[in-house]
Write a protein that binds this ligand. Sequence first.
Ligand SMILES: *Cc1c(COP(=O)(O)O)cnc(C)c1O
Length: 405
Amino acid sequence: MKLGLKPFNSYDNEEESAATRVVQSGILSGFLGIDGPQFLGGPEVIDFEKEVQRFFCVDHAITVNSWSSGLLCALGAIDLEPGDEVITTPWTMSATAMSIINWNAIPVFADIDPKTYCISPLTIQKAVTKRTKAVVAVDIFGHSCDYDEIRKVLPKHIKIISDSAQAPGATYKGEFCGTIADIGGFSLNCHKHIHTGEGGVITTNDRKLAERCRLIRNHAESVIMSRPDAPLSNMLGYNLRMGEIEAAIGKVQLAKLPAIIKTRTVAASLFTELLSKSKSLTVPSIDPNYKNVYYMYPLLLDESICREKVLKSLGSHGINFLQPGYTNIHLLPLFRHKKVYGNSDLPWSLSDNTYSYEPGLCPVAESFHQKRLINIPLNHYHWSKGQIHELCRIILKSVDEAKSV
Ligand SMILES: *Cc1c(COP(=O)(O)O)cnc(C)c1O
């Protein structure tokens, strides 16, 4: 590769000895799908959850085998009725929207805020109907949503779930992302800041919601007989449990999170210093209310500049790993054709509102995706100062070249 970038890898002998300790114990999972102490998992899982609680200053942490599983639990836990609407952003990973559909609720997409790339409170306000039950806000690229504004535009009974997969350690007005909403959580998938290969953790300060998440994680339907006081709706349980090896490694990784964030922040500041020199580029905004942990470093091209030309020019200088655009989940074929559960029209047939997922629904997200955004994948590589200087030099040159042709 042109810049000699090395793939990001935070593993060393600490993770190795954590994994070895578990293998030598012979106990690779401590879970049982029946009521009793083992319903909550083995010693490493319990310990890891305690450390997550301590780190993020949150009352409950519930480990799962992926954050997609975590979202599934969270959406089930808030007691969705089939046909309820859940507002979310198109600028996320598909799992965010699938966790809504899974419970036969209807995703409603609100556009992103051009400054933060996160769901825009004003657009949320316009999307609220009598059927709205929740909002799934996503702290995208490591940047928090504006939770106070989101709360302000919503009726009180509407729950907020935060998908903080990309933002462990990010803060909003001094509070950790993932702990501000009713339920939140993080991904521990191998591309994220810290990882266990696959894994995730749900965080909440609400005891009842935590309890429901724990039930859905571990075969709720078969456990509930011995718990007459437990809820019944949406208590369709799965096996979404985390193994002991992942939990043991998770503890080591969590301890490394502050150092990883520091490295990302230092790299991002240098990118900002160098790239903000160009009038044709918008760098991530800096606001004292937010601590960004920079999963990605998004760059926005001025409207007058043709992204194709910039990419072509970057390519001619040997740079072909920058990512043009992000996602428009609302334009996935699943939504365009409204086809999910066999040939039924579920979940849309459960509501008499009309739903359209046509282009034009989220103009900011669409234009950023199609024309204006270039992402620097901070999460994929180790970045030296020299490499950042060299990449910025090439980016600035390519933007200039694109302007002149
Ligand atoms: C990675 C990611 C997920 C899914 O997490 P997994 O652990 O891979 O299932 C969900 N939402 C966002 C925004 C993500 O980046």
